[in-house]
Design a protein around this ligand. Structure first.
Ligand code: SF4
Ligand code: SF4
Length: 291
């Protein structure tokens, strides 16, 4: 199992395609108690990969250091990854090197670059020059989100400049601010495909400041009203949640039948959109109670 850790929703950007509404005014972050629970989980379950996300995770650099100290002390075989918007590549060289030095113990730095981020082209040229200068032991990879043809054209253009890095391309999902601003990949999932779809997050356990441990890294995790239903600060409670068991074992169409939600007249562009629809129609504390 892999572990995705959302350190907090604060971000120095406020992009229209952000799937979790991160931004400069968000305050939610991990508490000391959250960190204790997370360390306990890592020591016992030894996830294969631990991925630090946000918001912008480098804004929580002290917490990253504390977590890395403890992960190394457990001698857990986990590998660590961080996904950053790479803002520090736009600062002076000293600043860039300072942040990269804090990330020396991270195995993989994923720099999220797309045309919605400020000064993306300048970031690309700084990244190439400075990453080599720093003689990094961490592997740098690029991740980019696309939602429309212009995004793909932009990606094809920057691909030539970033040839030496692995680039992962993700589809923009209808979640958070992306859904509000309609900046996500619009398509219609064919009905037979929808019948067989399950949660795309099955190989992950996530931890968000709002929900604690949860299976969800999608739109349900953004809903404060679902906090007690989809997650728990205690790992042992999380594994026993009816929500956890259902998401792990059932296709989305089976969940819809179980909760008497009719999908036959609806169209969806992403499995998470179907999942959000099902739970918006059926959620009551009784339906989702701990079993
Ligand atoms: S998409 Fe990334 S960089 Fe943009 S606001 Fe969201 S977390 Fe920040
Ligand atoms: S919204 Fe549903 S399908 Fe999407 S990640 Fe969350 S639990 Fe899984």
């Amino acid at each position: 199992m892999n572990f995705t850790l959302n350190l907090g929703y604060k971000c120095n950007y406020e992009c229209s395609h952000c799937c979790n509404n991160s931004g400069p005014n968000r305050k939610e972050r991990l508490s000391k108690n959250d960190i204790l629970e997370i360390c306990d989980y890592i020591a016992r379950e030894k996830p294969k990969w631990i991925s630090f996300l946000g918001g912008e995770p480098t804004l929580y650099i002290n917490q990253i250091s504390i977590l890395l100290d403890r992960i190394l002390a457990f001698k857990a075989p986990s590998k660590v990854s961080i996904t950053t918007n790479g803002w520090f590549f736009l600062k002076d060289t000293i600043h860039t090197k300072y942040i990269l030095r804090q990330l020396e113990r991270v195995n993989r730095i994923q720099v999220s670059i797309d045309r919605y981020h400020p000064n993306a082209e300048m970031l690309i040229s700084n990244l190439q020059n400075r990453a080599d200068d720093c003689n990094l032991s961490s592997k740098i990879e690029i991740v980019s989100v696309w939602s429309n043809a212009e995004d793909l054209i932009w990606l094809a253009k920057i691909n030539l400049k970033l040839r030496k890095y692995k680039i992962s391309i993700q589809e923009g999902a209808p979640s958070g601010r992306a859904k509000i601003s309609k900046n996500y990949l619009k398509r219609e999932i064919p009905r037979p495909q929808l019948q067989n779809m399950a949660c795309p997050n099955l190989t992950q356990v996530a931890y968000h400041p709002n929900t604690g441990f949860t299976k969800c890294c999608g739109p349900l995790a953004n809903k404060a009203s679902l906090k007690k239903i989809i997650g728990s600060e205690k790992y042992r409670n999380f594994v026993n949640l009816r929500f956890t068991r259902n998401i792990e074992r059932k296709k989305l169409s089976e969940l819809a039948s179980e909760y008497n939600v009719d999908l036959s007249n609806e169209t969806f562009s992403h499995p998470c959109e179907a999942c959000e629809y099902i739970f918006s129609k059926c959620v009551t504390d009784k339906l989702m109670e701990v079993v």
